[in-house]
Design a protein around this ligand. Structure first.
Ligand code: UDP
Ligand code: MG
Length: 317
């Protein structure tokens, strides 16, 4: 007999009035079926996080809450962005002492029918179940291209990101509790969550077109997310400056010999040697020093995040 799982399903919402009413209906029905089939406990909840919508979204959410007691909601005081809205929802779930939390987008582009597979992976022992897009055919060429370059860069910079992962995932209570120990403001969940460790499973899911409304991920929000991803996980860009400075200093040593050689053999016009020597030497020292200062700044930055050093997975007492 399967053990019922207490689940919080967290959905961030930002100005989704065109599709929200219908989507809540679909989600609510699917959720009620999961309860009836004994997949999840009757205490499970759908948690809608209104990320400071300015349209009728909150009105729709309030009505859904009145009609269905299993629907809970929080409304953020202003638009904080997808990642913060997800975090806010997970925090609520954590405070409600849930056994598991699943996050997914309220536009239902991510196939809700994958949820039983997430739950199965959890039953099989995974603490983190990450949704992986089976294809990117619904994305435009620009989004697809930029996403693949971005994932490649992130991996090169040393972040353990899963390619084609989405913020459609399940966390067990202990993975959730670990995530809540992070105090940083600059959230990039796709990088943070793999860094937790724990047993991780992957579940492929289909992505469909939006049923209505427009993507709320404007280009500027996407760039902001990408920059957060890179800067919050890696100080390698600074190390590259340091390396560049070192290489220029080395090259300037070679140039010194070359300049001196030309000078001694009288192959130069007057002033050439001193100008060229100072350009190379000062340039090298300059870049190297910036890199060196950057190394300290980068370390101070990483320390300032006060990330937890480790998480205990098991304890025998
Ligand atoms: N969203 C949010 N705050 C924002 C932007 C988006 O809560 O500032 C929500 C949005 O309502 C949706 C989910 O995050 O439920 C994903 O956004 P969207 O569908 O616009 O992104 P895309 O699928 O186009 O990448
Ligand atoms: Mg979407």
């Amino acid at each position: 007999m399967k053990k019922d799982i207490k689940l919080y399903l967290v959905l961030p919402v930002y100005n989704e009035e065109e599709i929200l009413e219908l989507n809540i209906k679909i989600i609510q029905k699917f959720f009620a079926d999961l309860v009836r089939e004994g997949e999840i406990d009757a205490d499970s909840r759908i948690l809608l996080v209104d990320d400071g919508s300015t349209d009728r979204s909150w009105e729709i959410i309030s009505k859904a809450h009145t009609d269905h007691p299993m629907i809970e909601a929080v409304r953020l005081s202003r638009n904080e962005g997808h990642q913060t809205a997800l975090y806010a929802g997970m925090r609520e779930a954590y405070l409600s002492k849930t056994e598991t939390v699943i996050t997914m987008d309220a536009d239902l582009q991510q196939d809700i029918h994958a949820i039983p597979r997430f739950l199965q992976a959890y039953r099989d022992g995974a603490d983190i179940v990450s949704g992986i897009r089976s294809s990117r055919k619904t994305d435009g060429l620009l989004k697809r291209g930029s996403a693949s370059i971005f994932y490649r860069c992130m991996q090169l910079l040393g972040c353990e990101i899963l390619p084609d992962s989405a913020d459609y995932r399940l966390l067990s209570s202990r993975a959730l509790a670990s995530l809540m120990q992070f105090e940083e403001r600059d959230l990039f969940l796709r990088g943070l969550i793999p860094s937790l460790g724990f047993r991780t499973a992957l579940v492929e899911f289909e992505v469909s077109e939006r049923a209505g409304g427009k993507s709320k991920y404007t280009l500027s929000k996407m760039i902001k997310l990408g920059m957060s991803g890179i800067t919050s996980f890696s100080i390698r860009p600074i190390r590259l400056i340091f390396l560049l400075g070192f290489l220029v200093l080395l090259a300037s040593g070679g140039m010194m010999i070359h300049i001196l050689w030309d000078y001694l053999h009288g192959n130069t016009v007057s002033g050439w040697s001193s100008i060229l020597a100072s350009i190379w030497l000062l340039g090298g020292i300059g870049i190297f020093s910036i890199g060196l200062v950057g190394e300290y700044v980068g370390r101070a930055y990483m320390e300032a995040k006060k990330r937890p050093l480790y998480f205990v997975e098991e304890r025998l007492e």
